[in-house]
Design a protein around this ligand. Structure first.
Ligand code: COA
Ligand code: AMP
Length: 632
């Protein structure tokens, strides 16, 4: 072992407690921990038990107290409204303290949940930090979800208050949040006591007297509140993500682990120095937004960009380059799909010539595997390292990455490089045995997971165990399949469950099936993720109708598409469906979704030995052809 990365990695594996205790010295504690790693309830591990800290203090107040109050904390760049806003750390501290006061005045106490349903405006960040400041647990819900999804989250985390904006803005469309919020509260069994609404000029919301307050009115009713010491293991937030059913999983992040790991990651993974500008072009509603728009850059005193726009069309495929030049962005983090969108509209990269992006040091991609074409295009055009790194909502930060802040390792196309310090990866077969390098199996992480990961699912410890810890005792099951090569590089190939990735957004085919099955004419259905050149995957549904239904298939397909948009939201991007007479199944009745996907994607497939009726695959193939798939 000669290189720096190997040494640091090995130290983190040989003695995780010493490693993370050292790293934890870099953050502010009101009280140091009693135990670095608490294994008293294994396989549920906790980090830094007995310690006390505060996320907001580490993200904001500490920098002001150390004399950096005039540094920019947030740049809001909104090409969609044509506005920009710059907020210093001192200004952020004041705004957050005031909004914490508003929450307190609404009755929010330590441990209460607060849902944040907001687009990419600085107030979303303020609301999250304000919760952290007073020990409330935030749960941010992505604006592209419909009322029903919001209602499910309201019932699961039972918020005392919901903070929302009056609207979000999509190209050519104003998404009014307030009617969606009102419908969700109507649908939910739990009712929040108050809603605080940030009114945007593009669409003002009607308020319900007594329950709803305008942002300014709520702030005026409170007194600025201070950070309070929180237990290291207190929950910071709940973030819902797709599982295999319509009931999303409430991933919990605890207080201290998140600060320690994210703060460490900014230097060691992304090579960021305090004072520099970092841009994660994602949304606060996703884990990337939580970790790398809000928390990590603020912990490490960077300036974070809150970008309200799209990679193309706001107004053109040069917008990313404009933002990089204008704000002197050092590292950009986004999803490969964003680069595919830019490449599609500007294959020669002509828009790049209009801007000076020479300040950019690296591009990080995650959310889905970076395809070689995109990797090559981005590397060529930007002339900086393009780093594919792999992580999940559950893990909160990267499992595998090229840690350029420690040492740049050689890139292998199609691989997110090697496990990051703290992560011990293995590939196991279905029997739980390790398999030889190069062979595909389940990607698992040896327990304990490092700090900053999820200690559990909200109110669902058993589900946590069943979903992630049961199949491979002693390991965390990532739900991804892949292999590790002879140099220790990890290759992530596919999911082992029903989760698909659409434009870097994680969706459950099971959840879409549940909605389709609720259509009165649908007897059964199967949803698969088919390959798509722009979005990576798209959901495609095959519908079997109830006997005796003699309505036009096209009408039923249209209604099904509308139903998914209404129940899950536009983010599901569900537009492809076909009516078929039967679904291909095994003799024991399992739907052969894997075979359907291979046929749709025109990849090699074998007739499953257990299929009950091989002839049905011909009909499925014809239907897929009509939709533009299975082209041979
Ligand atoms: N609020 C309301 N609706 C939203 C929304 C939001 N926050 N975000 C997306 N939607 C809508 C879109 O308007 C679109 O609606 P439409 O069917 O009426 O066109 C639908 O949801 C699907 O959105 P999306 O899959 O994002 O497709 P798109 O065509 O609008 O844009 C990309 C395609 C590639 C430009 C876009 O997906 C993108 O920028 N991706 C970056 C990936 C990313 O940020 N991933 C997060 C994890 S890192
Ligand atoms: P999410 O929880 O939304 O972040 O989605 C996590 C899932 O996205 C992972 O389990 C993977 O299936 C996929 N994913 C994320 N990043 C990568 C990557 N770099 N390579 C391959 N798959 C990825």
């Amino acid at each position: 072992m000669t290189n720096t990365f190997d040494k640091i990695y090995q130290a983190s594996i040989d003695n995780p407690e010493a490693f993370w205790a050292g790293v934890a010295e870099q953050i502010h504690w009101y009280r140091k921990w009693d135990k670095v790693l608490d294994d008293s309830d294994a396989p549920f591990y906790r980090w830094f038990t007995g310690g006390q800290t505060n996320v907001c203090y580490n993200a904001v107040d500490r920098h002001v107290e150390q004399g950096h109050g005039d540094q920019l904390a947030i740049i809001h760049d909104s090409p969609i409204t044509g506005t920009q806003q710059k907020i210093t750390y001192s200004q952020l501290q004041r705004r957050v303290a005031e909004f914490s006061g508003a929450l307190v005045a609404c009755g929010v106490e330590r441990g209460d949940r607060v849902i944040v349903y907001m687009p990419m405006v600085p107030e979303a960040v303020v609301a999250m930090l304000a919760c952290a400041r007073i020990g409330a647990v935030h749960s941010v819900v992505f604006g592209g979800f419909a009322s029903n999804e919001l209602a499910v989250r309201i019932d699961d985390c039972t918020p005392r208050v919901i903070v929302a904006a009056s609207c979000g803005l999509e190209p050519g469309r104003t998404v009014e949040y307030k009617p969606l919020l009102d419908d969700a509260i109507e649908l939910a069994e739990h009712n929040p006591e108050h809603c605080i609404v940030f009114q945007r000029p593009e669409a003002r919301a009607d308020l319900i007297p007594g329950r709803d307050l305008e942002w300014g009115e709520a702030v005026a009713a409170g007194e600025p509140a201070d950070c309070i010491p929180m237990e290291a293991t207190d929950p910071l937030y709940i973030l819902y993500t797709s599982g295999t059913t319509g009931q999303p999983k409430g991933v919990v992040r605890d207080t201290a682990g998140g600060i320690v790991a994210l703060n460490w990651s900014m230097k060691n993974i992304y090579d960021m120095n305090p004072g520099e500008v970092y841009w994660a072009a994602s949304d606060v509603g996703w884990v990337v937004g939580h970790s790398y728009i809000v928390y990590a850059p603020l912990f490490s005193r960077n300036t974070t960009i809150v970008f309200e726009g799209k990679p193309v069309g706001t107004p053109d495929p040069g917008v990313f380059w404009r933002v990089i030049e204008e704000h002197d962005v050092k590292v950009l983090f986004t999803a490969p799909t964003a680069f595919r969108a830019i490449k599609k509209e500007d294959p020669s990269g002509s828009y790049l010539e209009k801007y000076d992006v020479s300040g950019l040091r690296a591009l990080f991609l995650a959310g889905e595997r970076t395809d070689p074409d995109t990797l090559q295009w981005a590397t060529e055009k930007l002339g900086v390292p393009v780093i594919d790194h792999w992580w999940q909502t559950e893990t909160g930060w990267a499992i595998c990455s090229n840690c350029i802040g420690i040492e740049s390792l050689p890139v292998k196309q199609g691989s997110p490089t090697r496990p990051v310090p703290g992560w011990q990866m293995q590939v196991l077969n279905d029997q739980g045995n390790e398999i030889k390098s190069g062979d595909i199996g389940s990607l698992v992480v040896k327990l304990p997971l490092p700090p900053g990961t999820f200690p559990s699912l909200w109110n669902a410890k058993q589900r946590m165990f069943d979903s992630y810890l049961k199949n491979f005792p002693g390991y965390y099951e990532t739900g991804d399949a892949g292999f590790i090569d002879e140099d220790g590089y990890v290759f992530v190939m596919s999911r082992t469950d029903d989760v698909i990735n659409v434009a870097g957004h994680r969706l459950s085919t099971g959840a879409i099936e549940e909605v389709l099955a609720s259509h009165p004419d649908v007897a059964e259905c199967a949803v698969i993720g088919v390959n798509d050149a722009l979005k990576g995957e798209l959901p495609l549904g095959c519908l079997v109708l109830n006997a005796g239904v003699d309505r036009d298939d096209i009408e039923i397909v249209k209604e099904s598409v509308a139903l998914v948009r209404q129940k899950i939201g536009p983010v599901a991007a569900f537009k492809l469906a076909a009516v078929v007479t039967r679904l291909p199944k095994t003799r024991s009745g399992k739907i052969l979704r894997g075979t359907m996907k291979k046929i749709a994607d025109s990849t090699e497939w074998k007739m499953p030995a257990t299929i009950d009726d091989p002839a049905i695959l011909d009909e499925i193939t014809d239907s897929l052809k009509v939709l533009g798939y299975a082209q041979g």
